[in-house]
Design a protein around this ligand. Structure first.
Ligand code: GDP
Length: 199
């Protein structure tokens, strides 16, 4: 797979609009979004795995196989961030999601060991209201035993059912569990995206 960094965009207008389908990645800060992007693309440092959560406030855009874009949305819900900053992130995320005609799905990422937060619910509500398809992923699965994974999976399947009836993908950046399944779902979503008129 080829994965090329395109831009760190401060405004949605800086994100390319060339008709290639776009898949966005969303989650709370520190959820494991960068690790997931690196695992998906097979690149060690495509996205920065950060020891200090809440730093990235830009839309990081990557071109994948010259066939689609991955758009890494800023992590939300970082409790220590000042309110004004949090609002600014929310505005950037929703502005991108609202104004991107090539967006075909959002990969919504959750830490399997946690529970659905108010910020998560806000995002899911918002995506559903805007009819944006949601692919749910539970990451850090390797941190739980098989048995606890199954318990958590049942919790999350129930919690996410109103928004993502397909059920979440079990994922681990460490063991690569779920990588092929998620890539398959992304490819399907991209194939369903409206094609641009031929020039
Ligand atoms: P981001 O802030 O959402 O981009 O999260 P990062 O990818 O930077 O990950 C946050 C922390 O969780 C880092 O210490 C990662 O090493 C760790 N992490 C992320 N994904 C996994 C995973 O699948 N398994 C394990 N064991 N740790 C993970």
């Amino acid at each position: 797979m080829s994965a090329d960094f395109v831009i760190s965009a401060a405004k949605p207008a800086q994100v390319p609009r060339d008709g290639l389908p776009q898949v966005a990645f969303a989650g709370r800060s520190n959820v494991g979004k960068s690790s997931l992007l690196n695992a998906l693309t097979g690149r060690k440092r495509l996205a920065h795995v950060s020891g200090t959560p809440g730093r990235t406030r830009l839309l990081n855009v990557y071109r994948i196989n010259n066939a689609m874009y991955f758009v890494d949305l800023p992590g939300y819900g970082f409790a220590k961030a000042p309110r004004a900053m949090r609002e600014q992130w929310g505005r950037l995320i929703t502005a991108y999601l609202r104004t991107s005609p090539d967006l075909c799905a959002v990969v919504a990422i959750f830490d399997i060991r946690r529970e659905l937060s108010g910020d998560d619910e806000d995002l899911l509500h918002w995506l559903a209201a805007h009819r944006i398809p949601i692919m749910a992923v539970l990451t850090k699965a390797d941190k739980l035993s098989r048995m606890r994974q199954q318990v958590a999976l049942r919790y999350w399947a129930g919690a996410l059912a109103p928004w993502s009836p397909a059920g979440p993908v079990l994922f681990s950046a460490t063991t690569r569990t779920g990588r092929d399944e998620l890539l398959g779902l992304i490819a399907e979503a991209a194939a369903r995206a409206p094609r641009p008129p031929q020039e």
